[in-house]
Design a protein around this ligand. Structure first.
Ligand code: NAD
Length: 326
């Protein structure tokens, strides 16, 4: 039917209109293949955004435009990229000085969202985990990015459909959830909302594979998607055992590691990534989306100054210094 309508239009329209139609169809058809991704942008130069930019340049070979609010934040992001490349690759002679320069040379920075968006074929957003902020960013990206561009969010748990709700390209909004540290972790969750198209999912999976990752597709109504949701359940049960003083965090982790061949226990992982602070910051979403309250031990630790995260005290210290004696 559509084919007949288009042929009819071609027969009836003057030549210049036919050319415009062909152009329109070419642009529409150009969008959703990996080969058509020539320019990528990353929004947010923080912990995740800087690592994702690095990967897109190093393994994807893409020219990357990295955006953040201020130049100082961009410079910090670039310094972290340089430091990682030097420590893990250059000094170990896994890349040459020339490759190092090229990886950095492909990453351009900007504080203008228009500049990051206007020629991007694929955008990965990695700003702060706040629904209103992400919705606003997606709305502005939608205004400036080419019609074919895919807008992906690296959100850890927020709803993809809601993030893209102010855009006019809801079929091209998708979750692309990398794990930290990005260079090491193989998983990318590709999160599909009810309006996300098959093509968008496919091109996002293809891009993840090009970056050396294993994509796993999941639906966007699962809070925490797959891995974080399952981890949260395990972690909360481990927290409850600490709360009941069944055993120390160290012994609970030891049992989980030896009993289930886990490389890291759920509680030490929480300390490593700062899960306690992240959980408190996302409390409203957790309650709204799961109907479950935060475990009281999480709030207690954060309030007492044990939020977890690199170089900061977490549940292991809280147990030794406070909770086991309380
Ligand atoms: N850190 C992790 O382990 C991890 C893992 C997977 C996914 N994520 C997700 O990645 C995203 C970024 O996390 P991160 O750890 O890189 O955070 P981060 O705090 O290191 O970086 C966030 C960036 O957002 C920018 N930002 C802050 N407020 C803003 C605003 N109002 N408008 C626009 N930009 C703003 C900041 O300048 C900063 O560069 C979040 O959605 C997070 O849930 C994080």
């Amino acid at each position: 039917m559509i084919f007949h309508m288009i042929s009819f239009l071609f027969q009836t329209l003057p030549t210049e209109h036919t050319v415009i139609w062909f152009y329109f169809l070419a642009i529409k058809g150009k969008d959703m293949r990996l080969d058509n991704i020539k320019h990528v942008s990353v929004i947010g130069a923080g912990r995740m955004g800087s690592q994702i930019s690095e990967l897109l340049s190093r393994l994807g070979g893409y020219p990357v435009i990295l955006w953040d609010l201020e130049d100082e934040l961009l410079q910090r992001g670039l310094s972290s990229i340089r430091a990682r490349l030097e420590k893990h690759l250059l000094k170990k002679e896994k890349i040459s000085q020339d490759e190092y320069e090229k990886i950095l040379g492909r990453i351009e920075t900007t504080t203008e969202l228009f500049h990051a968006a206007y020629r991007a074929d694929f955008v990965v957003e990695a700003v702060v985990e706040n629904l209103q902020v992400k919705k606003g960013i997606f709305q502005r990206l939608d205004e400036h990015a080419p019609a074919h561009a895919v807008l992906a969010s690296n959100t850890s748990a927020l709803n993809i459909t809601e993030i893209g709700s102010l855009t006019k390209r809801r079929d091209r909004v998708v979750g692309m959830h990398f794990f930290n540290p990005v260079a090491v972790m193989k998983l990318v969750e590709v999160v599909r909302g009810p309006l996300t198209s098959e093509d968008t999912v496919n091109v996002t999976c293809a891009l993840a594979k090009r970056l050396g990752k294993e994509p796993v597709v999941c639906k966007d109504f699962s809070f925490g998607f797959i891995a974080n949701r399952a981890y949260r359940a395990m972690r909360d049960e481990a927290l409850q055992m600490v709360w009941e003083r069944v055993a120390s965090p160290e012994d609970i982790d030891k049992a989980m590691k030896l009993g289930y061949a886990l490389p890291v226990g759920p509680l030490e992982l929480g300390d490593m990534v700062g899960s306690w602070e992240i959980a408190v910051a996302s409390e409203d979403s957790i309650v709204k989306e799961t109907g479950k309250r935060l475990h009281p031990l999480i709030k207690m630790m954060v309030r007492a100054g044990y939020p977890g995260g690199p170089g900061r005290k977490g549940i292991y210290d809280f147990w030794k210094e406070v909770f086991s004696k309380w």
